[in-house]
Design a protein around this ligand. Sequence first.
Ligand SMILES: Cc1cc2nc3c(=O)[nH]c(=O)nc-3n(C[C@H](O)[C@H](O)[C@H](O)COP(=O)(O)O)c2cc1C
Length: 141
Amino acid sequence: MRQTPVYYYSSKSGMVKQFANNLNRPVFDLSERDIRTSVPDGPWVLLTPSYKTGNVDNDTIPEPVKRFLKNPETRRKMVGVMGSGNRNFGAHYQAAARQIAHISGRPVLFEFELQGTQWDVEDAQNILNDLDHELQRAHKE
Ligand SMILES: Cc1cc2nc3c(=O)[nH]c(=O)nc-3n(C[C@H](O)[C@H](O)[C@H](O)COP(=O)(O)O)c2cc1C
């Protein structure tokens, strides 16, 4: 069965990268230019941290994520969003993942703080495995 790939962005602190690498499925790093300019070959999931910039207009969506989402085909193929954040940011908690989900009409599949716990990793793996099955079923119909 096809494993839905996860495209993620992670800053130097690498918390999202650590989480992504524990998912046991194809994951792609949007900080790499080749990845950011590619188009996924099928349904895919976004995993993004939130970064509040302090600028009112500017949301908290990391720039590489914005660039990747500029391509309409890429946007069409996105099936869900996962977010990493920190509750200390209060009203801005998970702002990037939630904003992208809202704009795209795709669901927030999972949210966790920082690099997540081992239970977060297991939950995310289960959610993604269920998604793989759903997508396979939808594809057959
Ligand atoms: C400058 C800065 C701004 C942040 N802004 C937010 C925010 O607005 N909302 C949120 O939920 N988390 C916020 N966070 C927390 C990060 O999203 C979280 O730590 C994430 O795990 C970072 O992932 P990374 O290390 O892979 O980049 C912020 C962190 C930093 C350092």
